[in-house]
Each structure stands twice: as C-alpha cells, then as structure tokens.
Design a protein around this ligand. Structure first.
Ligand code: AMP
Length: 195
C-alpha cells in the first residue's frame, strides 16, 4: 500500500441484504483490508455487513477502530471482538471522527445510512475539503441506481462531468484493493476547479 494510505473507512449496511453476495463481499473486504496491513475504520456496530466486515478484519489479524454514537449502541450492538471503540455524542461527531481517522473510503452495499455517508464524503471532496480516495463497490449491481442518479444529474446540468473523478467504482473486492494500492497522494484541495 502507498504510505499515505494506512487506514480505510468502510461505509456499509447495518443489515445484510437478501443476496448472500453482500455478506461474502463484506467478509472478503474485511480480510483483504487486514491482509493489506490497513486499519479498518467503521461505524462500530456488530450487526449486518458492518459486523461482518469488522469481525473478518479482526479474524485476519487487522486493526479495527469502531466509531458509534451513544444512542445507537443498543441498536447496532458493538461487536465484543472490536476492542477499539469510540463512543460519540451524535451522528455528526461519528461521521467527523470516521473522516479524521480514515485515509480512504470504501462504500460497500447498504441502505440509507450508507448512501448518506457516501454522498457526504463525495460532496466534501467536491468542495475541496479533502482529497482522499473514495471507492464504491458495486456488488451484484448494488451501486447501479446510485450511479445512474449521478449520471442523470450530470445530464441535467446539476453536476459537472468532472465530478466523475471524485469516486471510483470497483466491481469486486480485489479491484477495490487494487484501486487503493494505486491511489495517488492527495493533492492540495482546489475547490473552485471542482465546483
Ligand atoms: P444503513 O445503510 O441504513 O444500514 O446504515 C449504515 C450505517 O449508517 C449505520 O451505522 C447507521 O447508523 C449509519 N447511518 C444512518 N443514518 C446516518 C446518517 N444520517 N449519518 C451517518 N450515518 C448514518
């Protein structure tokens, strides 16, 4: 891995979805992140794809940092195997801490929370607030409607075409890890160019 990528935040579902391919991808991603020597930053829960990715990373000998808001500890039940757990006072501080801890972001399948986190991290890059790689994993076409929405916004003149560069799409876990390996070092943020 390049020196500037030591940790990666994974955004993914608190549910597992109906297709077992999502669970398999979560397992492979957690194990792959650990095998690449990267720390995993994630939402701290022990349920759904979140729990699977974290437990797979720990089982493969990796470092896992969970960040969870206090009120969600009863719902998303932190996994007992995750020793490094930060409990925040709000969703906003959770997202800020995950952003600070991570050198790159991977979106795995999930629901509205996953979409929210993905859109936010893309818009922060659009605004020049960071230049960290963002990779969207398209497991079984999960990302296609989201990517189609962005294309529709480009076609309607609401999003500049150049914003396609803000994220990369990976068809599977090995492709996502390869994108992290090849990620160029962050550039000085240039908000005007991006907007
Ligand atoms: P979901 O994709 O809906 O299963 O949610 C995945 C994760 O995103 C869970 O840990 C949720 O608590 C979290 N989440 C849900 N809504 C938000 C939000 N507005 N901001 C940040 N995280 C969220």
């Amino acid at each position: 891995m390049p020196k500037h990528i030591r940790s990666v935040a994974v955004f993914c579902g608190a549910r597992a979805g109906t297709d077992p391919a999502h669970l398999a991808a979560a397992q492979a991603l957690g194990a792959g992140i650990a095998a690449a020597g990267l720390a995993l930053v994630y939402g701290g829960g022990g349920v759904g794809l979140m729990g699977t990715v974290a437990e797979a990373a720990i089982a493969a000998g990796g470092r896992v940092q969970g960040v969870i808001p206090e009120f969600l500890t009863r719902v998303e039940r932190p996994s007992p195997v995750v020793a490094e757990l930060e409990v925040t006072t709000s969703m906003h501080t959770r997202k800020t801490r995950m952003f600070e801890l991570a050198d790159a972001f991977v979106t795995l399948s999930g629901g509205l929370g996953t979409l929210d986190e993905t859109v936010e991290i893309i818009t922060w890059r659009q605004l020049g607030l960071h230049d960290k790689p963002i990779i969207i994993l398209d497991v079984q076409g999960w990302a296609q409607p989201f990517l189609a929405m962005i294309e529709a916004l480009i076609a309607q003149g609401f999003v500049p075409e150049s914003n396609r560069r803000l994220y990369a799409v990976a068809a599977d876990v090995p492709a996502a890890l390869a994108l992290l390996r090849d990620a160029p070092p962050p550039e000085t943020a240039a908000p005007a160019e991006r907007l």
